[in-house]
Each structure stands twice: as structure tokens, then as C-alpha cells.
Design a protein around this ligand. Structure first.
Ligand code: PLP
Length: 356
């Protein structure tokens, strides 16, 4: 596909860079953003890089009323030799396309998605923090923006990308978090949007996370609608390490197919480990933790990469995993993935694209 070149308008008032040791997550944004528009009549048009700032939207835009919104999350890393590495961008584009299909939206073509991100990261590359653990978080977003209140898919879309320099997700370093087993709220239902990165999934998850935080739990463990099987943890995929098998829930429509999940599965396979994708009963996890047959548990996602789980608590029971300590395999996986991302290990699986 031939796309019109991206026009660039640079800021005349560059922002002050934040303290690299105090970035947090998603608090700061870079000088520029990428925006492209779509209409049924024109196709994709007006691709531009602009100074970061408010978007103009018609108050009747479909995203504001009927929630046609999808996003992605990925990272650019500053490697040891100064190179800028983008991680598995194809994976994210594919996932946006699948989500767009489910939400009756029009996804940006691959070249527009990739070129928009490459060019934006290039222009704002001075914002990429250097410490290991920190990165430039990339947030591509697709919204329906036709001004029309009839209920049908929008005929106009806006695709935009913003960038946020982020520190290590957990300030105190990688240490096991406590998890609340959520038996009241569910994140996704069969036939619903759970397999997409729809903004709506986040809206539906906030209440449970907020209630768990009030009880001092950092994330919730999501169960299926029958409250029998384990699905995800917070906004991460979940893995359990038993003595004779490593398991992660199979993708059956209610689980988001994480790129980190996929990377972990591929790394485990390359190590010859017994990784199995299947349905996992909550009772298995509880009994395994009690008997000691479950030795490690962790979540996976772009933001934190790997998050060890130290304790699971439900309304009337509580179990520790590995005595609340971070496990050996969890540690090794975190090392392996971040070593590839930061260029300390060979990228044998072809996940890295260097910015030219
Ligand atoms: C984004 C997300 C993940 C993790 O996906 P990655 O591609 O690994 O970042 C897992 N679960 C949910 C619900 C998500 O939204």
C-alpha cells in the first residue's frame, strides 16, 4: 500500500525532561504525538507528527458514547551501546487488527502503524531513559470519531500514538505481590470483548482493582464466569509453575493474548521446559500452594514484564506461594526477557527492530 508521507510539525517549546530516577509509569509524555485519520470516503489521510497536546473531537464522536476504543502497549529500549530497540511491533499491530474486527472498527494498515511509531520514536528519542528497567512506553490508540448518535459502527477513525518515559514498574524492585482472588466481579465473559485490548475492558476492571487495593492487595486474580477457572491477573496474563509442569490458561476468547505471554512461552520451549496451555482450576492452584506442588506463580505484561505472586487471598482462605519468595524460574525469565530487550543477549527469536 502506498501511504502519503507523514508530515512533521516540531514543537517550538520543548518540555523539560523528567528526573530519570523518578519516572513512575505513565506520568510524563514526550514532546510529540502521531495522529492519522480515516474516513470511508478518503481512506487513511492526514498522517502527522505534531506537538503533544489536546485532540479536537466532535462531542458526538462514537468513542465518547458507544466506546469504540482500542489501544496497544509496547516499549522502546535504550540498549547498552546506545541503539534504540523496538520490541515485537508486529505482534501489537496484529492484535489491534483482531480487536478492530471484533469492535467493527477500521485498523490502521501495517505500514502506517509501524512508520508512525518509528518516526515518532525517532523524533523523541532523547526521551528514552537509559537505566535498565526503564523504557519509552508506546501507546497506540484507535478511536471511532464520527459525529453521529445512531447506533452503528463509526465510519471515521482516528489513530494516534503517544509516548511516555517510564521507570521500572515496581519502584522497590521485583518482589512478590499479594493477590486478591476476585469472586464477585468478572473481567470478561464468553462471547464478549475479553480477547481484545478494548478500553471497555479496563473500565469494567477498575472497581475490582480499587476494592482489592483498599484491602491492601495489589492486583486481582480474575476467574471465569463460573468462578471455577483462573483467567488473568490484573492486566496481565498468568503462569503457574508446578513441580512437573508449567501452565498458563489457554486462549479461549475471554483472555487477552499478551505478547509477553507469547514471549515467555517461546523462551520456556527453547529451554525445553514443560509449558502447557490449558484450563486451570482455582482449586488446583489453592491445593498446589498448600501441598507445595505449586512452586511459583507470576503475571506477564509489557509494563512490568514479569510480576511474581507471593500470596493469594480469597474471602475465606489464604495461601502463600513459595513462602512469599520470588522463585528461581521467575527470576530467570525476567532476566532473559530484559536481557534480550536491552541488548545484553542475542535476539535469536527476531523480536527486536533497531531504529535506523
Ligand atoms: C495488555 C494486557 C495483557 C498483557 O499483554 P502484553 O502484550 O504482554 O503487554 C494481559 N492481559 C490484559 C487484560 C491486557 O490488557
Amino acid at each position: 500500500m502506498n501511504l502519503a508521507p507523514i508530515s512533521v510539525t516540531k514543537t517550538t517549546q520543548p518540555l523539560k525532561k523528567p528526573d530519570a530516577n523518578n519516572l513512575g509509569f505513565g506520568q510524563y509524555f514526550t514532546d510529540h504525538m502521531f495522529v492519522a485519520k480515516y474516513s470511508d470516503a478518503k481512506g487513511w489521510y492526514d498522517s502527522q507528527i505534531l506537538p503533544y497536546g489536546p485532540l479536537a473531537l466532535d462531542p458526538a464522536a462514537s468513542v465518547l458514547h458507544y466506546g469504540q476504543a482500542l489501544f496497544e502497549g509496547m516499549k522502546a529500549f535504550r540498549q547498552g551501546n546506545g541503539d534504540v530497540a523496538l520490541f515485537r511491533m508486529d505482534y501489537n499491530w496484529n492484535r489491534m487488527c483482531q480487536g478492530a474486527e471484533r469492535l467493527c472498527m477500521v485498523a490502521p494498515p501495517k505500514e502506517l502503524f509501524l512508520e508512525g511509531i518509528r518516526k515518532l520514536v525517532e523524533i523523541d528519542k532523547d526521551w528514552i531513559p537509559e537505566n535498565k528497567g526503564s523504557a519509552l512506553y508506546i501507546r497506540p490508540t484507535l478511536i471511532g470519531n464520527e459525529g453521529f448518535l445512531g447506533v452503528r459502527p463509526s465510519r471515521e477513525y482516528m489513530f494516534f500514538v503517544i509516548l511516555s518515559p517510564v521507570g521500572a514498574y515496581y519502584k522497590s524492585g521485583l518482589s512478590p505481590v499479594n493477590i486478591w482472588v476476585e469472586e464477585d466481579f468478572t473481567r470478561a465473559c464468553p462471547g464478549g470483548l475479553g480477547a481484545t485490548k478494548a478500553a471497555a475492558n479496563y473500565a469494567s476492571s477498575l472497581k475490582a482493582a480499587y476494592e482489592a487495593k483498599k484491602k491492601d492487595y495489589s492486583q486481582v486474580l480474575w476467574l471465569d464466569t463460573t468462578r471455577t477457572y483462573v483467567e488473568e491477573v490484573g492486566t496481565m496474563n498468568v503462569f503457574f509453575v508446578f513441580k512437573n509442569e508449567i501452565v498458563t490458561p489457554s486462549l479461549e476468547g475471554t483472555i487477552l493474548a499478551g505478547g509477553t505471554r507469547d514471549s515467555v512461552i517461546q523462551v520456556l520451549k527453547s529451554w525445553g521446559k514443560p509449558i502447557v496451555e490449558r484450563k486451570i482450576k482455582l482449586s488446583e492452584i489453592r491445593e498446589g500452594a498448600q501441598s507445595g506442588n505449586l512452586v511459583e506463580a507470576f503475571g506477564t505484561g509489557t509494563a512490568a514484564v514479569i510480576t511474581p505472586m507471593g500470596e493469594l487471598a480469597a474471602k475465606d482462605w489464604k495461601v502463600k506461594i513459595n513462602n512469599g519468595q520470588m522463585g528461581e524460574l521467575t527470576t530467570k525469565l525476567y532476566q532473559e526477557l530484559t536481557d534480550i530487550q536491552y541488548g545484553f543477549k542475542a535476539d535469536n527469536l527476531n523480536w527486536i527492530e533497531k531504529l535506523k
